[in-house]
Design a protein around this ligand. Structure first.
Ligand SMILES: Cc1ncc(COP(=O)(O)O)c(C=O)c1O
Length: 314
């Protein structure tokens, strides 16, 4: 096991096909198209310990469920679970495990049993939750490289859907970074413009404005990215979505990587060239802190984004 935050031993219950089962008893067929042909879509959510209620609250649950429904409509499956059914499974799984600390939740929908490449059923689903502390290097940041692998194209394996098949491309780029001793990778599109990293989106500061590749730049429509685009301007931090060129990586005054898992991860170098002075920038720090306030309910303005898990039982 090579993860730094391995908490899998704490998982007692998962949901499979809307039933709670012990983690060890949740299985799929070894010939399932979800495995053999990557006929699987998923979502990754985080539940945070709320600073005022002491409850856990899932961040932007409805927006993640909406993206799951979108991914399902593109990949095509028979009678997939509704958003309400997935939400109910998430709540049941959280409560069965009784997690009280920051938790990562993964919901998957896949084609099970034995089938061809175009099989659309039988459809299986699962939800798994595990405690997930903040990633290492959140304070110090990470060095990134530009991967030699190009990002999946919209007309080949669309990055806009959260399908397991897209993560082969991400894995190859991630392995590039690992081999070079870097913490992450930038993936370029076929035209050489910047897309995203293997599991998160990129922001670069230039002349006091953050720039992020737009939604036609081969990115997943990240909920963290969208959150930052909404919470930064009221703080006086301007944001622009546009096509970003590779050499802009080397001109950035600050940079960060973002996603549900990493939250806001400062980037301190691209391809061995320091970003700014090579340490996390002041505006990146400000955004990290404000994002944390938002996800933990310290900011009333964004309370609609929080769905309590235990409610009055907290
Ligand atoms: C490829 C990719 N891009 C971006 C993101 C960030 O998306 P979100 O902020 O919705 O977690 C992820 C997260 O898993 C991802 O896998």
């Amino acid at each position: 096991m090579t993860t730094t935050d391995d908490t899998s031993a704490q998982i007692k219950w998962v949901t499979q096909n809307h039933q709670l089962v012990p983690y060890a008893d949740a299985t799929i067929s070894i010939m399932a198209p979800g495995l053999t042909f990557a006929a699987l879509v998923f979502e990754g959510f985080r539940a945070y310990r709320n600073s005022t209620t002491d409850d856990l609250a899932i961040f932007r649950l409805d927006d993640h469920l909406k993206r799951l429904a979108y991914s399902l409509s593109v990949i095509e499956m028979d009678d997939p679970p509704s958003s309400e059914a997935v939400a109910a499974d998430i709540m049941a799984t959280m409560k069965a495990n009784d997690f009280r600390e920051d938790t990562y939740i993964r919901a998957q929908v896949y084609v099970d049993d034995w089938g061809s490449m175009t099989a659309t059923g039988p459809v299986g689903s699962s939800v798994i939750c595990r405690p997930r502390p903040r990633v290492a290097n959140f304070e110090t940041g990470q060095k990134f490289i530009t991967s030699s692998w190009r990002r999946n194209t919209e007309n080949a394996s669309p990055s806009r859907i959260k399908a397991s098949g897209n993560y082969l491309n991400s894995r190859l780029a991630g392995l590039d970074a690992k081999r070079q001793g870097a913490g992450g990778a930038v993936m370029l599109n076929e035209d050489g413009t910047v897309s995203e990293g293997p599991g998160g989106c990129l922001f670069l500061l230039r002349d006091g404005v953050f720039h992020t590749p737009d939604v036609i730049s081969g990115i997943l429509e990240s909920i963290t990215r969208d959150t930052i685009l909404k919470i930064a301007p009221p703080l006086g931090i301007p944001m622009v979505e546009r096509t970003v060129g590779r050499t802009e990586l080397y001109l950035a005054e600050e940079a960060f990587y973002c996603g549900t898992g990493q939250e806001i991860m400062p980037i301190t170098a691209f391809d061995g060239r320091p970003v700014g002075d090579g340490t996390p920038g002041a505006l990146t720090r400000k955004l990290q802190s404000h994002y944390d306030d938002v996800v933990r309910g310290k900011s009333d303005q964004y309370s609609d984004w929080l769905t309590p898990v235990y409610g009055s039982a907290a």
